[in-house]
Each structure stands twice: as C-alpha cells, then as structure tokens.
Design a protein around this ligand. Sequence first.
Ligand code: BG6
Length: 489
Amino acid sequence: MIFGATGDLAKRKLFPSLYHLFRKGKIAKNFAVVGVARRELSNEEFQAHVKDSVLTSIGKDENIEEFVSHFYYKSNDVSDSDSYIELNQLAVQLDEKYELGGNRIFYLAMAPEFFGTITDHLKQDGLTDTQGFKRLVIEKPFGHDLESAEVLNNQIRASFSEKEIYRIDHYLGKEMVQNIEVIRFANALFEPLWNNRYISNIQITSSEELGVEERGRYYEKSGALRDMVQNHMMQMVALLAMEPPIRLTTDEIRSEKVKVLRALRPLKDEEVKDYFVRGQYDAGSINGTEVQGYREGSNVDPESNTETFVAGKLMIDNFRWAGTPFYIRTGKRMEAKSTKIVIQFKDIPMNLYYNTDKQLSPNLLVIHIQPEEGITLHLNAKKTGQNIETTPVKLNFVNNGVDGMNTPEAYEKLLHDCMRGDATNFTHWDEVKLSWAFTDTISNVWENTTEEEFPNYQAGSMGPLAADKLLAQDGFFWWPFSALEVDEC
Ligand code: BG6
C-alpha cells in the first residue's frame, strides 16, 4: 500500500521501480499495489496514472496492461478510521485474490507530519493485524532534530517493531555506495591500508547543479545540513569508516556503522565554526544559463539564513581513524552534478625522484558514485624517455552511469530488499539517533547566529572560499573537481 500514491515520489520513482521489478520477474503474479491518497480516483484512472508515469520515466511499456492490472486505488482521509477500515477490507479481498498470505508493506511516501497518524490508524483499525509479515517503509525526513525524531520513533514503534521499520536513505540503494563495502572487504590491496597510518584524509563531495526549485517551503526549514548531511553524507562516512563486520548480515553491518557514529568527535558550540562551513548561493550561471540566487526563489525568505551548502570536517576518535579527517561537502547550484569519494593516501616516507621539477602526486583512490560509476586509482609511474622522471597515471574502472542520478535503480533495489525482508540498506533507529545528535549541535549554533556573509557563493561555483580554507588549514585541498575524469583517461 503506497500512501501518497498521487505524489511526485510515487510517480517518478516508485511506479517505475515496481515496473522494473515486474519486468525482471522479481515480482510476478502474486502481488497487488493499493494506491492511497486523498483525491478521489477510480481504479482505472489510477492505472492510467501509473501507466503514464512508467512511460514518461522509462519510455517503454511492454506488458504494461498486465502490470497495471495489479494496481488498485483507495481514497483516504488520513485521520478518519472509516477510510482505514475500508482499506483493510480491500486488502483482505486482494489477499485472497492474489494469495498474498497476509503479507503487507505500507509505504509512506507522504509529508512526514502524517507518519505518526497513519501508523496509529494502521494498528488501531486492524491493518497491521495480519497473518503474514507487516513492514513499514518510511521516507525522510525522519524528524527535524533528535527530539522530534524521538517523538516520531516512539509513535511508529507503537505499531511496528524496529525490525519491521525500513527507513529509506536512497543513497544506500546506489550501486557504488553498495560497492564501498566490496571494494574495501574483497580486496587484499586496500584493507591493510585502510586506516590512519596510510590514509591522510578522506573527502566526500556531493554537488548538485539544481537549486531548491519548488521545494522552498521544505528547504527553508531543512537546509543542506538536514537535507543531505544528517542522512546521506553521514551514511557514506559510516560505510567508509566501519570495521569489517564479522558476517554480512544486517545486524552485524548496522552494528559496525553505529560504532562509527558513536566514535564521531562531538563538537562544542564554540568549535562548530572550526569544523563546519555553511554557504548560500547567489545568482550566477550554470552551463551558460543565468540562474537566480536562493533568496529570490519561491517560498524563500528574502533574508533567509538557510544554508544551501555545507562543508565539514568529521573526526572519528577510534584506533583506526584517530587523526585522519573525513571532509564532507554538499550543496545546491554548484558547478556540476557529481558525487564522489576521494581517499588520499599519505605520502611515501622519502621521495627518490626529486630530479623532476614537480613533487610526487599522492596516491588517490576515487570512488565515483554518480553520474559515472566506478573507481580510479591514481599512481605514479615512469615517464617514457631516457630520464627517470615520474608522471601520474590513472587506473580506471568507470562507466558513465546507468541512467543518471537518483534513478529508479536505487528505489528498485530498496523496494526489492524490503519485499525480501533485508533491512541492511535501510537506516536503523540507532544510526538516525546518533546522526541527529551530531548535527543538532551544528544546526543550533547556525540557527542562533545570522550569517552576515550570506549569500556567499555564486551559483555555478564549488561553494564559498571558507570551504577551501577548511582543508587548507590542515594542509590539504579538495581534489580537483572534474566531471570529465572518465574522458581524460
Ligand atoms: C534528497 C534531497 O534526499 O537527495 C534532495 O532531499 C537532493 O534535496 C537529493 O537533491 C539528491 O539525491 P541524488 O540521488 O540526486 O544525489
């Protein structure tokens, strides 16, 4: 059952992903999807809507009639028990028709203020009282800060156990984010070096060209810290920093990630400015198109103090990472859409090749998350010719991404995992809690101090100068951003 079935997420991501799963035979005959939303629609109208969303996003519609014949619609008032009782009746009928064994997944693709009310009703009106499994899939944002997240969690935990809750972080569905573990734990080459003795720093950049678009109302209250850092960026840090799990089970992996988040050095209010930088975009130009500044956007306060860019330094105070900074950077209206991780290895103890006029480049491992997917290893080799001179070379295993960013791919994997009962790539409450606890300090300081410099970066740039200084003070710099890395090699 998809709550919010007439919304944007369902249209752009969920229906196309379900269709992919259907085409691949991952969901076959025994399934039914009930779209739930406020608006009155007939089953036929809803099916036409689903068909349209599949066609628009995939451009193919093989077997689409058969696919949409599994879709039903129920209009619902989120706070009215009668709607849920009727929904349950429909669910019981479909259960028999498709022999579903009472297995139910409730997907809340809705504004978060409704999460608690819906889960209360699901229990109270009998929908969770089923013979098969019951699972709740919940979209972000999971709360606004630790306090509100706790309230929400307590509320949904009254109807679902932790094991039944699948908190979506769509970054965990991305191919190359899932690959971090494999690169680390399936290669004898990297794991022995994966620590503070050999790695000088790790940089994670997730830049976007898009601005805040029509989401001003949401974004004004969220900002980049809550929108991207508390979830996606911190999840990537956890995957990069965690100890090898003893087994690849959900519980073992999650418990290692939780340990990383527990080891994050907490910041005191007065330290926030030394570790974190915020930015807000001004007007500028992206790919030759003039774009307006954040404050000019719709539903945005003309004197807004909301950040559209964050750069930060995270220290993980454990044996493996003490002294090795993890830098993160994310923002809207930047130079290009790209997510990549750069692992910079320490310089070798002595450089024998000072006969060249340049210093040796450090070894880098670059994990390209999107739009390219793959890895590049930067090494030094001999320059062809008589002299022993060095030159940087790149070993590349990169392709140009499947089909862009935030694709149904990620949702497809996550939906399938949920159907199979595999919660590994969803965030556990302990992770959510620890991430909020960390970011709350920063947002409290930022909310209580007006940033006089805002706007402080031009649309189309790589953020404010202060983000470069953050690394420069430690003797590092952001590795040159190049969306063209694949072609260069
Ligand atoms: C979402 C944020 O979680 O992630 C958006 O709410 C952001 O603001 C998006 O644009 C980025 O996802 P992706 O997959 O395009 O990097």
